[in-house]
Design a protein. Structure first.
Length: 480
């Protein structure tokens, strides 16, 4: 090989090498600036640690460790088999709450859908379904409709306390409130009054929630497997109820029924297919889960603080007994009575700040966007969580102190107190939950004094906060 041939070869090799380096460099330089963090193990990501810290009684540890290590604004992780950006602080909450349909949309984890949605409708279950349901719910949950529920809530609460609390010196609050809120939801949403029918739902429903945030491994004995089995039983029972209700409607029975199921069946377009019935069932299941688990958890948490803090209980009692004195014997609560329960609601809010009934919610990026200098790619999932603000001293001074006065006047700064979410996607059932909680508190504190049997009873999360021993309370009946 002559000199020029060798030179050409060397120059060619050099050129190709430099070109490859250029491509690699350009690819790296053009790579998106992703949020800091790690994905964890293949497939399961950091899900085990996320669930593990919650079950140990310290769900905020997962979040706090990563905000301290990576970024107080946003960090990367992998949960439920998905790349995920966790948005932090009031700015993160505001961005997600305000960016609906512009940057993000609602996302339901596949594991959750497998539990509650009919497999046949999985492909048809799309992002418009939650939107359609939300557009219908305000009609059902607006103040004029809610006012009609208060007497029903009041009478059912009285019956519940009389039958399940009064005969005993000690009770476990957590399972009792779950039974109560579920029976009330069945009554208001589906006009089901028969305790036997309610119990058919209640037992399998107890299996569902623990499986939502578990690793989605569907083998016998796992929480996810139990949740899938519970969901199957519920769906079948709901189909039976829907078909009976359709028959009643066609025969002109219960023409003035105001429950949600009847409204759905009369106002939706029935195409005569089983998919129509399944879609109605999907919506009802979603509402039952949302109204039952978080509200019963909230009531349990509030009772925990009332029993732990006598000075708080006394102020709530004084407010509620004044309302009770203004009522005629046997007269049920009404809308005006609820509006007088300001301090009681502040106590409820402070209880939910310290022990939130839900950890947060998910979104999906519908386009590439930037937040706090980092790029969130299209298709990534986003998660906002109460644990970046509720106990942050930046937003709530002396955050571990129980102080209902935080909610007086204008209350906390926007996007810092978020047990119900915020912005356009705020939970549409917030006012329903407020009524249910306040009606229960009124009847409870005017009937009993409360004392915790286990003063330092541990709270575990599965995924909602649950007292390890069910919150065992000693009851002291008050003179009626």
């Amino acid at each position: 090989m002559d000199f020029y041939s060798q030179l050409f070869l060397y120059l060619s090799i050099l050129y190709v090498s430099l070109y490859i380096l250029f491509l690699v460099f350009r690819k790296k330089s053009s790579a998106p600036n992703l949020p800091p963090g790690k994905k964890g193990w293949p497939i399961i990501g950091e899900s085990l640690e996320f669930v593990g810290t919650a079950k140990s009684g310290c769900p905020e540890k997962f979040i706090n460790d990563r905000t301290a290590k990576y970024s107080p604004e946003v960090f990367r992780t992998s949960l439920l088999g998905e790349d995920m950006a966790v948005f932090c602080g009031a700015s993160g909450n505001k961005f997600l709450f305000s960016g609906q349909k512009k940057y993000v949309t609602t996302w339901v984890p596949t594991s959750m859908k497998k539990v509650v949605i009919f497999p046949e409708t999985m492909e048809k279950f799309n992002k418009d379904d939650p939107k359609k349901m939300r557009s219908f719910l305000p009609e059902f949950l607006k103040p004029e409709a809610l006012q009609c529920y208060i007497p029903i809530m009041d009478s059912m609460t009285r019956e519940h306390l009389e039958s399940d609390w009064s005969p005993y010196k000690e009770v476990k609050v957590s399972p009792l409130t779950k039974n109560y809120t579920f029976a009330l939801a069945c009554r208001l949403f589906m006009n089901i009054k028969d305790p036997k029918v309610v119990s058919k739902f209640a037992d399998p429903f107890a299996r569902i929630a623990p499986g939502f945030t578990s690793v989605p491994i569907n083998i016998p004995g796992t929480p996810f497997n139990k949740a899938v089995g519970g969901g199957k039983l519920i769906r079948q029972e709901l189909l039976n109820i829907i078909r009976r209700r359709k028959q009643e409607i066609s025969e002109g029975k219960d023409a003035n029924a105001r429950d949600l199921l009847t409204r759905l069946l009369t106002e939706a377009v029935d195409d005569g297919s089983v998919f129509y019935e399944m879609n109605v069932s999907n919506k009802i299941i979603g509402l039952l889960i949302a109204s039952h688990d978080t509200t019963s958890t909230s009531i349990t948490v509030i009772v925990n603080y009332l029993a732990s803090l006598p000075h708080i209980y006394e102020r709530v009692y004084k407010e509620q007994v004044e309302i009770a004195k203004s009522k005629a014997p046997g007269e049920l609560l009404n809308w005006n009575d609820i509006q007088k329960m300001k301090y009681s609601w502040n106590v409820a809010c402070e209880s939910m700040r310290l022990t939130p009934p839900a950890q947060g919610a998910y979104r999906e990026a519908i386009t590439d966007f930037s937040f706090s200098g980092y790029t969130i790619p299209k298709g990534w999932k986003a998660f906002w969580t109460v644990y970046t603000t509720h106990k942050n001293p930046k937003y709530f001074p002396d955050p571990e102190k129980f102080d209902p006065s935080r909610f007086e006047g204008n209350g906390p700064a926007p996007f810092t107190y978020v047990p119900f979410g915020g912005g356009p996607r705020m939970c549409p059932g917030k006012e329903y939950a407020r009524l249910e909680i306040l009606v229960f508190i009124h009847n409870l504190v005017t009937k009993f004094k409360l004392e915790k049997v286990i003063p330092d009873e541990k709270i575990i999360y599965n995924p909602s906060p649950v007292p390890a021993n069910g919150l065992l309370i000693r009851l002291q009946p008050l003179n009626q």
